[in-house]
Design a binder for this molecule. Structure first.
Ligand SMILES: Nc1ncnc2c1ncn2[C@@H]1O[C@H](COP(=O)(O)OP(=O)(O)O)[C@@H](O)[C@H]1O
Ligand SMILES: [Mg+2]
Length: 524
């Protein structure tokens, strides 16, 4: 059988930097092909060439045996290739079907006397119906006339998929589609993939989550430093082998946490009866109380959307408490601004690294000091010390193994994992007493996850207090000393991480308290 996609020695250079180095890549018709590799390995670059967004420096591409030379994505779409990007390209104020139709020009024949014209025209009612037919065919549980701004992330992704299905492409490339999804949304996405495969589509899944590769793909290609280092049927490999190929060394897929008794340690950070309301006046954090001791990691587990985001905002100065207080070493820091918190020794890894963690339009160097720019070693008498900033940047790039093609470049050129490492580097380097970390490994590759996990454990070993808010239950379970579970804005239960089991926490996450017992107070 002729492969539906084949590349021969496909190479892409950015200046002197070779992002794709003579890649020979093949996809068979009707299969789900996983493409794995660490951040910066060159996965997106390869796909962007196949989708016509980038032009190869050398080498060739064949689609169904025919050599192609794509100048734009339109050329690729005309050959039946679609791509769903990591960052969605939707217009929030428009409806589902309007978004699907964007970019497709429809023509209607109009007669004026003897002449007929082709006029740009949108038959909205018909289009809406057509979109709804695809929605139902794929079991998307969406309404074609809903506004995109009202949709969850998982539903927005379905709109992106609808765009491709409506254009009748038969090859769909997904670039890290699960990075922003909840566990439930991921399951639903896999269902969609399988459904698409049943409809005869060929799918390419870029990911660095090996569990997903094993679960959904037929074959897998591994890319490292711009080269193919492995290509095999999924059933012939396993997570350990894939991780080794990706990273080039053995990777610990699980951390080894040493549990110490922390009962004698002083309480450093204390939250008492904290509550807040959202813009609609709904109480989204209710009477939350906990303490974190010196050297302790307190995990906050829960299904996304149960108040964790708001709790994080309350604790990092992005939202005001309506009740309760927060103290650090016994001193009140309730409702302090981010800048004040940092000065007092509270470091933060925000949930959305691009909105609250980094400034994409700033250089990497400036981002390594963002929030700390008035500290004395980078600033004197109101002037920034450029040289000091650059030296510091280079040291951090080294220490945290941040992969970039240009040290003086902008954050926008970095992959997700490397962008996250910049935040980690900056916040750890501030030598805080308390670290508030939210979703620290979301969208980050396994080599970097191992690094971030070990860094968090080291921080706690060095006597710092860590609040770890994460939707990845396995992450919370393997790193935390104690776990509190949030449900509908409240802390519904607390468990000792050493003895915790997944099922028990899962019950709490679903709002079920143990054995009908009265909810215990969270006093340490
Ligand atoms: N437009 C660009 N200009 C310069 N370097 C780039 C550009 N796009 C990607 N790179 C670099 O190419 C390498 C591969 O990037 P990418 O294909 O995005 O990796 P992946 O998708 O595997 O994380 C990275 O080092 C990245 O910094
Ligand atoms: Mg990428």
């Amino acid at each position: 059988m002729v492969p539906i996609i084949k590349t021969v020695d496909l190479t892409k250079k950015f200046g002197d930097f070779t992002a794709n180095d003579a890649i020979n890549f093949k996809v068979e018709e009707g299969e789900i092909k996983a493409v794995v590799g660490e951040n910066g390995a060159g996965k997106t670059t390869l796909m962007n060439m196949i989708y016509g967004l980038l032009q190869p420096t050398s080498g060739s591409m064949f689609i169904r045996g025919q050599q192609v030379d794509f100048k734009t994505p339109t050329d690729a779409i005309n050959m039946g290739i679609g791509m769903v990007h990591q960052h969605f390209k939707l217009v929030p104020s428009l409806t589902v079907y309007e978004n699907v139709l964007l970019g497709i020009e429809m023509k209607k024949t109009v007669s004026l006397g003897e002449k007929t014209f082709k006029m740009p025209y949108l038959d909205k009612r018909r289009a809406k119906k057509e979109v709804q037919v695809i929605i139902d065919e794929y079991g998307f549980n969406l309404d074609a006339s809903s506004r995109v701004k009202d949709l969850s992330i998982g539903a927005k992704q379905k709109v992106e998929i609808l765009k491709m299905l409506y254009r009748e492409v038969d090859i769909v490339i997904f670039d890290e589609p699960t990075a922003v999804l909840t566990p439930q949304e991921i399951e639903s996405f896999f269902k969609t993939m399988r459904r698409m495969k049943e409809h005869g589509k060929t799918l390419i899944l870029i990911t660095h989550k090996l569990r997903e590769v094993m679960e959904v793909s037929d074959s897998v290609v591994v890319i490292k430093d711009g080269q193919v280092v492995g290509d095999m049927p999924t059933e012939k490999t396993n997570e350990v082998e894939l991780a080794r190929l990706m990273v080039g060394r053995d990777v610990l897929l699980k951390v080894d946490k040493e549990y110490k008794s922390l009962r004698q340690k002083p309480e450093v950070y204390e939250v008492r009866n904290l509550s807040t309301e959202n813009d609609e006046g709904v109480e989204v954090v209710k009477n939350v109380s906990f303490t974190i001791r010196k050297g302790e990691i307190l995990g906050v587990a829960g299904v996304e959307g149960n108040g964790q985001s708001e709790l994080l905002k309350l604790l990092t100065g992005l939202m005001r408490a309506t009740n309760g207080n927060v103290t650090l070493h016994g001193k009140d820091i309730t409702n302090a601004w981010p800048g004040q918190l940092r000065k007092k020794g509270v470091a933060m890894i925000p949930e959305d690294r691009y909105i609250h963690g980094l400034c994409q339009e700033m250089t990497i160097g400036d981002n390594t000091i963002a929030g700390y720019h008035d500290s004395r070693d980078v600033c004197s008498r109101g002037l920034m010390k450029r040289k000091a900033i650059e030296q510091r940047r280079d040291a951090l790039i080294d220490k945290y193994d941040i992969r970039i093609s240009e040290k003086g470049g902008f954050v926008s050129s970095l992959s997700g994992g490397n962008a996250q490492k910049i935040i980690i580097a900056r916040e750890f380097d501030a030598d805080p007493d308390v670290l508030i970390a939210a979703q620290p490994t979301r969208g980050v590759d396994i080599g970097a996850i191992e690094f971030i996990h070990n860094s968090l454990l080291e921080l706690a070993d060095a006597g710092k207090s860590v609040l770890l808010i994460s939707n990845e239950l396995s992450e919370v379970m393997s790193l935390a000393d104690r776990i509190v579970v949030m449900y509908k804005g409240e802390i519904i239960g607390e468990v000792d991480a050493k003895q915790a089991d997944r099922e028990q926490i899962g019950m709490l996450m679903a709002g079920v308290k143990e054995g009908g017992e009265e909810r215990e107070t969270k006093q340490a």
